[in-house]
Design a binder for this molecule. Sequence first.
Ligand SMILES: Nc1ncnc2c1ncn2[C@@H]1O[C@H](COP(=O)(O)OP(=O)(O)OP(=O)(O)O)[C@@H](O)[C@H]1O
Ligand SMILES: [Mg+2]
Length: 327
Amino acid sequence: MLLDLARQRKILFFGGKGGVGKTTVSAATALARANEGAKVLLVSTDPAHNLGHLFDRKIGSRPVRITAGLDALELDPEETVDMHLKEVTSALHQLMPVTQHKEIDKHMTLSRDAPGMQEAAILERIAEVVETGLNDYDLIVFDTAPSGHTARLMVLPEMMSAWTEGLIKQREKADRFAEFVRELGRDSSMEDKTFGGEQDEEKQKESKIRQILLRRRRKFSDLRDTLANTDLTSFVIVLAAERLPVLETIELHEKLAHSGIQVECLVVNKRTPAEGADFLRDRHAQEAVHLELLDKKLPKVPRQEVELIARDVVGLEALEAFVEKLS
Ligand SMILES: Nc1ncnc2c1ncn2[C@@H]1O[C@H](COP(=O)(O)OP(=O)(O)OP(=O)(O)O)[C@@H](O)[C@H]1O
Ligand SMILES: [Mg+2]
């Protein structure tokens, strides 16, 4: 079921509580599609650099080849924040008078550690990866950090659009005010050639600023459209059949639905086998109790179970073996 979804979509997001198997299941899905001949890009948005641990090798912020058809990259939050701050600073420099630049720089240095900064920066990189990746790959698989982060990431495009929208409006107001002041000065003797030249320069600057803001807004609203396009994008929640992961899944599903993102698959990972010693059977039965809540609360979301296996999944070979568990 998960693989069918991966065959039908171009972008898959994997979210869920910490440690449930997001990285393992998303990487296995990506590998399964690559084995079928698709060109796949696997992207980690988690600052904890999970993919490197999984493949037991260094993976950076540019795509590296894992195996035929499968590339991977880890979005680097520090690097991303640097790039993001540089861009925002330069946009603000252009927006504000030179006398304010020092103040802006100070503010931006402080913003580095502000709440949400990493997420905003990562979101911007996700937008870029989606934009270029859709041309170069058949499928982009995002392995995200634990739930809270993912849900916030998904509502950010709207917030960011609103933010840039506000700036554009502010700018337009300032432009109208400047125009008004210019109009006032018109019948005085100021309308000489120099003034006209300055005016042109000012107009050019204004349109450049507006372009920057509009481009930014477009980036986020494009991403928002792509995420909400169910023909293109799907969201998968990975969970364990335990009380808290089940409750968090219901919560995450609700949050995502609220921001117009449909969850099309639940992967119940590390499911205890039903056969074997009494202990395993008891455990399996206990898990079934928790899963009943999903039947009740999310009856329409397709569900797939992946069994608990004896060993950790580390390295390409182990992941190849894990792929078998998905079908
Ligand atoms: N079906 C499974 N059976 C046994 N072990 C598993 C299974 N799936 C994943 N694991 C193991 O569980 C651990 C956590 O998996 P993984 O790193 O994929 O989780 P995660 O949800 O990405 O964690 P985090 O929230 O920290 O990013 C790993 O050691 C992995 O090898
Ligand atoms: Mg992970």
